[in-house]
Write a protein that binds this ligand. Structure first.
Ligand code: ZN
Ligand code: ZN
Length: 221
């Protein structure tokens, strides 16, 4: 049961084709797992069509919206719990990911592998053309603690497998955390299984620890 959804503002921007590619990818992946949010987007689409009648056809980027909606429509809703707790990032199978992510993950994996950032934490930066906004998969070992940090701009995190907890709550498969500069948190992965997330950040994180800040350029976070 998904408890944390994409905000309505972001869903509407998505429906209007106004989001960058990395954020659109995250929203599309959430939609593949979340029928209620799919319904909101469909409604926004229908409303948008009515409002735009009689306007210049160029007013809306119909191509991108239709492409994403087609992708969402084709996305099978996967049964919960079919994914096993795999111990290693390099064994993550792109085919086990929700449909909108598969092409991006397979494409990236054909060119480079997962990069180990720290003990228990690997990342795969996906090839999206969104300027400073980055989409990446994180593979976190059970019990991993991310250092306390805040953000510069929006941080969107979608859980694909396993779960983590922070000051804002517990996040499991399908849940989205939508955080900004005002939030400082420390995500801690559940001890019972590996956690895989899709994270979209507009800028590098702001770590509290001086030691982490010093090695941050090497971490690439
Ligand atoms: Zn939702
Ligand atoms: Zn964060």
């Amino acid at each position: 049961m998904i408890e944390h959804h994409v905000s309505e503002d972001l869903l509407l921007e998505y429906a209007a084709g106004a989001l960058d590619e990395a954020s659109s990818l995250l929203v599309a992946t959430h939609l593949a797992l979340c029928p209620p949010c799919r319904a909101v987007v469909s409604e926004a689409e229908a409303m948008g069509g009515v409002l735009l009648e009689g306007e210049q056809p160029e007013a809306m980027s119909e191509g991108s919206v239709n492409t994403v909606l087609e992708r969402v429509a084709q996305s099978p809703v996967e049964p919960a719990g079919h994914e096993g707790a795999r111990g290693r990032a390099d064994r993550l199978d792109a085919a086990s990911l929700p449909q909108p992510l598969r092409g991006y993950a397979a494409d990236t994996l054909s060119r480079r592998g997962w990069r180990r950032v720290a003990p228990g934490l690997s990342q795969l930066v996906l090839g999206t053309s969104s300027g400073p906004t980055t989409a990446r998969l994180f593979h976190l070992a059970p019990g991993t603690r991310i250092p306390v940090h805040s953000h510069r701009g929006l941080e969107l995190t979608l859980v694909l497998q396993g779960a983590y907890q922070d000051e804002c709550g517990t996040y499991a498969r399908g849940d989205v955390a939508q955080l900004d500069e005002s939030v400082t948190h420390q995500p801690i992965v559940s001890r019972s299984s590996v956690c895989v997330t899709l994270a979209v950040t507009q800028a590098p994180l702001r770590f509290r620890s001086l030691a982490v800040r010093m090695i941050q350029p090497l971490l690439g976070l």
